[in-house]
Each structure stands twice: as structure tokens, then as C-alpha cells.
Design a protein around this ligand. Structure first.
Ligand SMILES: Cc1cc2nc3c(=O)[nH]c(=O)nc-3n(C[C@H](O)[C@H](O)[C@H](O)COP(=O)(O)O)c2cc1C
Length: 386
């Protein structure tokens, strides 16, 4: 179907939502979501890695009702996948984080709020009754780190998630070409792309002005004084090490996890300093291109630390069967990023709800066809590698 005549009800999978989003939002924003680092090899690999193995179903096991709930880092999720934290959601659709949180709450799963989120973590915590993660970056100013952690504690945040794969920015060449940055510094070509999406533009200017409420209180992002690029290079601390994180874990004194762990030594370190979980992730291929796919690395990590901490993963998940494969190898839950971002960009809350509902239905159908009624019945014995 011609993407300009597509509607939300025509979207049945990730690719449909992606096409609908592309037809509705300005090109530079689409490329910011869709793009990844360097040659985008890791981005492609993340999804391709799930095709390295096949599911081996069992039959005739009485599967009329399926319980797909899981407990991760002390949080009970009605489904084994959650919305991973992502930046700038009100730029993609004017409902932004509110739409994602509402959809996550409707389906009883967890959502993340980014440090670069565009709705305040307090508002979301008050409004929606479902587990909420706060994604944190480590600043040079230790006082600022403590103040931000206190703010998250006071708000009632359930899990603190420190992202550790962004010690420096990835090379996102699509953004260099369009001039995508905050504040906008668009190239002429980038500007033209905005001009041909007037509905997005109208919504952008008629809704509450763009803000980064997790940072605004602490960092001057206004009037071009501080761009996100400068925030990364000037405020974040590239000297961060395991001692710093150990101190943060002690200070937080609650559920704490590291996002962006890939090696066995790092996974062991995370367990030693008291993290409750790790998320195997390469930031959706947006940081180190050529790095391994989380699904490829999952068994190694689960074998090393799976009995000590919750091992989660994200990257490239587009299907219920991808989730089933990750759970079979011992992941406790799976994060999705673009899987809900394209639906958000395409249709706001209705889009995210449709996407989460489709994923839920695929997991339920997949579990029934696998002969499983609970997540703990999935194991490596249900998988064969090619
Ligand atoms: C547009 C976009 C913005 C993101 N922003 C953040 C962020 O602010 N903090 C963070 O830890 N991860 C961020 N991520 C990474 C996601 O949390 C997640 O690791 C990744 O999207 C998973 O890959 P997938 O998109 O293939 O599902 C972002 C990803 C995308 C696509």
C-alpha cells in the first residue's frame, strides 16, 4: 500500500509502523529514530541475530490459558517486554512520554523515562500506576548526580538505570547530514523536510513548548546555550569507573541496574557491586558500530551471572518470537525501543497501544504454539542453532 494512504489499522508489524511514521514526521526526525552509528552494521545485526536459531515446539500440552508475567528487579510485569527509555519523545509526537506511559500502564508493563525525556518523571510517576525506570547519565558534578538521584527517590521511581555505553557520542551520520540537533540547527535540506510535514509542525507549535524537565532544573538548555551534544561532551564524566558506580549503587540503596553491559567481566563486576540487573544492549546500534548483538552474547552472560542478577536485553526486537527466543536463553525480560517509537511517531498513544497489543498477542500465540503456559517453561532445550 502507498504509505501516504496508510492508516493505523493497516499496521500489523514493525515495518508497517515504520512506514507510517516515515509518512507523518519530518525526515530529520525519522532519521534520528531510525538511524544508528557508522555503517549501521550493528543495528542490522541486532535483528538478524534472532534468525541464527530456530524454535522447537512441543505439542498437546493443554495451553488454553497462558501466563506471560515475569518479575524483574522486584517489579512484576504482566508481559515479558517493556518500553526502554528513549530521549525526546514529544518531538516524535506531541503526546510523547505520556502516550508511552499510558500504553505501558494499560498493558501492565514497565516504561523508562530518559534523562533527556520531555515530560517530567514526577508527572509520569503520579499519573500512571505501573513500574517506572529512570534512565540516568553520570555527570562530572557529583553534587548534581546526588541531587538528581534524590529527586528520583522523592518521586517514587522504582528502578534506577544507569546507561554505561554512552561514555562518548556515537557517530550518527544521518544526523550529520540533516543537521539534527537540539536546539535545531537544520541544513537547508533538513528544513525542507520539515516544510513538507505541516501536520507535525502544527502540533509541535500548538502544544506545550519543548522542554527537558529532567535536566532543566540543573542545566541551562535554553536559547541554544547548551545543546545535547555539548551536554554530552561538557557535563557527562568520561572518567566514570566501577568505584563511582559502586558508590552510586550504595547511595541509591534500591533497585539499580546497568544498561549497556556486554562482556562477562563487566557482568560479574555489576553483580559484585550490588546491581540487581544488567541490560545487554548496544543502544540499538547507535553507539559502537561493529559491536556484538545482545542476543548473540546472551548465553555467555546468563551462564556467568544468571544465578546472581537479572539479565535483560534489548536491541532489534520486532516480533513475539524474538522475545520467546531471548527468554529461552535466560533473559528475564526484553526491552524495545524503535518497536514503540515508530508507532508513537505515527499515531501517538493509539499507535503505542496497538503495537504493544500486537506484541502481546504474538507472544501469547507463540507460547501456545510452543506448548508453554508460563515463561519459565521456555528453555534452551526449545532452541536449536543453525
Ligand atoms: C531515538 C532513540 C533514542 C534513545 N534514547 C536513549 C536514551 O536517552 N537513553 C538510553 O539509555 N537509551 C536510549 N536509546 C536506546 C534504547 O533505550 C534501546 O537501548 C534501543 O532502542 C534498543 O534497540 P531497538 O530500538 O532496536 O529496540 C534510544 C534509542 C532510540 C532509537
Amino acid at each position: 500500500m502507498d504509505e501516504h494512504h496508510m492508516r493505523l489499522r493497516d499496521c500489523h508489524n514493525f515495518h508497517d509502523f515504520r512506514r507510517l511514521a516515515r509518512s507523518r514526521i519530518p525526515g530529520p526526525i525519522f532519521d534520528y529514530i531510525d538511524g544508528a552509528a557508522d555503517d549501521e552494521v550493528t543495528y542490522r545485526r541486532n535483528t538478524a541475530s534472532f534468525e541464527r536459531c530456530d524454535l522447537v515446539p512441543n505439542v498437546l500440552r493443554g495451553v488454553e490459558s497462558v501466563d506471560m508475567s515475569v518479575t524483574v528487579m522486584g517489579q512484576r510485569l504482566a508481559m515479558p517486554f517493556y518500553c526502554s527509555p528513549t530521549a525526546l519523545q514529544r518531538l516524535f509526537h506531541h503526546q510523547g512520554e505520556r502516550a508511552v506511559a499510558a500504553a505501558a500502564a494499560k498493558y501492565g508493563t514497565m516504561f523508562g523515562v530518559s534523562s533527556l525525556g520531555t515530560v517530567s518523571l514526577e508527572e509520569l510517576r503520579k499519573e500512571f500506576d505501573t513500574p517506572q525506570v529512570y534512565q540516568f547519565y553520570f555527570h562530572k558534578d557529583r553534587g548534581l548526580n546526588r541531587a538528581m538521584m534524590q529527586r528520583a527517590k522523592d518521586a517514587g521511581i522504582n528502578v534506577l538505570m544507569l546507561t554505561v555505553d554512552s561514555i562518548t557520542g556515537g557517530n550518527r551520520e544521518r544526523d550529520l547530514r540533516t543537521g539534527f540537533s537540539i536546539p535545531f540547527r537544520l541544513t537547508l535540506r533538513g528544513m525542507l523536510q520539515f516544510a513538507i510535514r505541516p501536520t507535525w509542525g502544527l502540533n509541535y507549535v500548538t502544544h506545550e513548548s519543548f522542554k527537558l524537565p529532567q535536566l532543566d532544573e540543573h542545566v541551562d538548555m535554553s536559547g541554544g546555550a547548551m545543546s545535547i551534544g555539548r551536554y554530552f561532551s561538557e557535563m557527562l564524566d568520561p572518567s566514570m569507573d566501577w568505584d563511582d558506580v559502586a558508590e552510586m549503587v550504595r547511595h541509591w540503596n534500591g533497585e539499580f541496574c546497568l544498561k549497556g553491559i556486554m562482556s562477562v567481566p563487566d557482568a560479574k563486576h555489576a553483580a559484585e557491586i550490588g546491581c540487581k540487573g544488567i541490560i545487554l544492549s548496544n543502544h540499538g546500534g547507535r553507539q559502537l558500530d561493529g559491536s556484538r548483538a545482545p542476543f548473540d552474547q546472551l548465553s555467555e552472560i546468563v551462564n556467568a551471572v544468571g544465578d546472581q542478577i537479572d539479565v535483560l536485553m534489548d536491541g532489534g526486537v520486532q516480533r513475539g518470537t524474538h522475545v520467546l527466543k531471548a527468554l529461552s536463553l535466560g533473559a528475564k525480560a526484553v526491552g524495545v525501543g524503535r518497536f514503540y517509537l515508530f508507532p508513537l511517531a505515527a499515531a501517538g498513544q493509539a499507535g503505542v497501544e496497538r503495537a504493544l497489543g500486537l506484541m502481546r498477542a504474538e507472544i501469547e500465540r507463540g507460547m501456545k504454539l510452543m506448548g508453554c503456559t508460563a515463561v519459565d517453561q521456555l528453555s534452551a532445550s526449545n532452541l536449536r542453532f543453525r
